[in-house]
Design a protein around this ligand. Structure first.
Ligand SMILES: C[S@@+](CC[C@H](N)C(=O)[O-])C[C@H]1O[C@@H](n2cnc3c(N)ncnc32)[C@H](O)[C@@H]1O
Length: 330
């Protein structure tokens, strides 16, 4: 009997653990500190890559890639539920860096497909290619240097991912990228940090894709305007990430996990069945009742209370998670 194949998340964690071998711990923590400072600075559109050398990229991959992988994977799983009979045969990851989204796509839709990773940082592509050697579904992936801007061209692709990239682009480059993606892709998944600014960029992207003829598949149950009044709140979700030894080294403490907050949109030209509603906050479990904050098809935001009197629905509500479709599919 063949040994069971470990899931991509486990293989990825293992590959990343070996990445810092040979890099002095002080150099790794310094590179992470510099990255954290850069990203915390917020205003990041630059003319040259932030990931300058192997130490930067190794630090990025070891420190951030598990989180970006989990966030993209959560977005893809929500998307897959809305297009249950579809599997992408080709995937392009724009601003793919070390390829977290390529790993997430192989976790959501196992098997090999045509995969292209585009980024302007050569050291990121090099390490991405090295890590991907551990994932059989990525063995033929192409890792190509490309700058996002007016000169960017994309071949027609089933799925394009743009993960944690929009915040590094100028507004004109964001617009150009979205138009290029909209004309090449059948489906698009965009993921950003779960901050008010990240949400705003996701909504801008969503509006542009809808105008280009895409349907929103997730998280929204509809393609109409978002019901959140600008500036009052932001739609975001949370993905649980196992902490690596590097995380513990840098952040201290002994927590085995942390929660990555992210905002996303999955949009497609395919026929789509979005969830009837989505849980948009952490459910509140009280004695005999569960309070669910839902985004519904109205489109409207509404709090519903599910009590023991609702029988099976109450059991489902107790199991419901922030980000889940509601009610759960049969
Ligand atoms: C925060 S990293 C995200 C990497 C990866 N998508 C992930 O989710 O882990 C942002 C990536 O965008 C790339 N990037 C930023 N601006 C770019 C540009 N103008 N052209 C090409 N790549 C760019 C960076 O080199 C980096 O790899």
């Amino acid at each position: 009997m063949n040994a069971p194949v470990p899931p991509p998340a486990e293989t990825l964690r293992h590959s990343l653990a070996t990445l810092l071998d040979g890099l002095p711990p002080r150099q790794a923590t310094q590179a992470v500190d510099r990255l954290i400072a850069t990203y915390r600075g917020g205003a990041t559109p630059t003319h040259t890559p932030i990931l300058r050398d192997r130490a930067d990229v190794a630090a990025y991959a070891a420190y951030r890639m598990p989180a970006t992988f989990e966030a993209v994977h959560a977005a893809l799983e929500a998307f897959a539920q809305a297009v249950p009979d579809w599997t992408p045969t080709s995937h392009t990851d724009v601003g793919g860096g070390t390829g977290a989204a390529t790993w997430a796509v192989t976790a959501a839709w196992p098997g090999e497909r045509s995969v292209t990773v585009l980024d302007w940082a050569e050291p990121a592509l090099a390490i991405g290619r090295e890590i991907a050697a551990a994932n059989p579904a990525l063995k033929n992936a192409r890792w190509q240097r490309a700058r996002i801007g007016t000169a960017l061209t994309l071949d027609p692709t089933d799925l394009v991912t743009v993960s944690y990239v929009l915040n590094e682009l100028t507004a004109p480059d964001r617009t150009t990228l979205l138009d290029t993606v909209a004309s090449a892709a059948q489906s698009v998944v965009i993921v950003e940090p779960g901050t008010p600014d990240g949400y705003t960029r996701v909504i801008e992207a969503r509006d542009r894709l809808v105008t280009a003829g895409f349907h929103v598949a997730a998280p929204c149950p509809h393609s109409a305007a978002c019901p959140i009044a600008p500036g009052t709140d932001w739609c975001h979700f949370s993905a649980r990430v196992s902490r690596s030894s590097l995380h513990r080294q840098i952040k201290g403490g002994s927590l085995a996990y942390e929660d990555e907050k992210f905002a996303y949109v999955a949009a497609t030209r395919l026929p789509v069945t979005p969830a009837p509603a989505r849980v948009v906050r952490k459910p509140q479990i009280r004695k005999g009742q569960v309070l669910l904050d839902l985004c519904e098809t109205e489109p409207a935001l509404r709090r519903t209370t599910v009590t023991k009197r609702h029988g099976d629905l109450y059991k489902a509500a107790r199991d419901a998670d922030w980000g889940d479709a509601w009610p759960p599919a049969e």
